[in-house]
Design a protein around this ligand. Structure first.
Ligand SMILES: Nc1nc2c(ncn2[C@@H]2O[C@H](COP(=O)(O)OP(=O)(O)OP(=O)(O)O)[C@@H](O)[C@H]2O)c(=O)[nH]1
Ligand SMILES: [Mg+2]
Ligand SMILES: [Zn+2]
Length: 219
């Protein structure tokens, strides 16, 4: 009984996610689902990405949080469309929340839609939103063993951004071990090493993202 209910939830979500994807495809907007634990640096990475894509790509953001509009307020200065979703206690975004948010957006005016998921390393990976790019952040402060403990997000993401590289050396974080573990779980994953504090590695990340946007537009 419990299993049937769960499958029903996931099937219903997949259906709406496909509808969202159809809208994104029709408007030529690459949707990126950005997932990570609380405080890994999602909003910081979005802010830097907006800065570096300014004049190159038109970007919109959906901010998902359990409560508050703190993150959406931070991005207001970029003069781009930002929609805040408050999940009211739910610890992930789902496709219906995105469907409601994009009904308020002019998708035709965008090249990239960044969706900041709720800070959580577990269930955001289970709910597809209609995205074409699944991105995750792991920050150095969280430790290199996290892929072993939270495997789904690491094995299901297209790209991993390792943030807070400025903190390497302050603890026992081992980048080679992280890369080794993640690559064994997900041989196709692309890995970037960045610091939103110093700016290191960010231009490589943004150039890669810009190329993905171009590819998506070409179909
Ligand atoms: N040292 C260091 N701190 C960083 C870096 N990137 C972000 N931070 C700090 O980490 C904290 C959390 O960053 P956010 O960007 O708010 O993280 P988030 O993932 O959006 O957090 P939630 O939305 O609350 O889940 C802030 O105090 C940032 O200034 C970095 O590269 N190095
Ligand atoms: Mg945030
Ligand atoms: Zn959840």
């Amino acid at each position: 009984m419990d299993i049937e209910i769960l499958e029903g939830i996931y099937d219903a979500n997949e259906k709406v996610a496909r509808e969202n994807y159809t809208l994104f495809r029709g408007s030529g907007v690459l949707a990126m689902n950005l997932m990570a634990s609380p405080g890994a640096g999602k909003t910081s990475l979005i802010a830097h990405t907006l800065e570096l894509l300014k004049g190159r790509r038109k970007v919109g953001v959906i901010e998902g949080d359990i409560a508050s509009s703190v993150d959406a307020e931070k991005l207001k200065t970029y003069d781009i469309p930002v929609i805040q979703i408050n999940t009211g206690g739910i610890c992930h975004l789902d496709a219906t929340m995105i469907q409601q948010a994009i009904a308020q957006m002019d998708l035709d005016a965008l090249d990239l839609l960044i969706i900041e998921n709720v800070g959580n390393l577990v269930c955001p990976a289970e709910f597809k939103l209609g995205e074409s790019l699944r991105a995750m952040i792991l920050s150095v402060a969280e430790g290199h063993d996290k892929p072993l403990k939270y495997p789904l997000m690491f094995s299901d993401s297209d790209v991993l951004v390792v943030n807070k590289t400025d903190l390497i050396g302050m603890g026992d974080f081992d980048m080679a071990e992280l890369r080794d573990t993640v690559t064994r779980m997900n041989p196709d994953i692309i890995i970037f090493e960045v610091s939103c504090r110093t700016g290191e590695g960010l231009s490589a990340w943004v150039d890669w993202l810009d190329a993905r946007i171009g590819e998506f537009k070409e179909g």
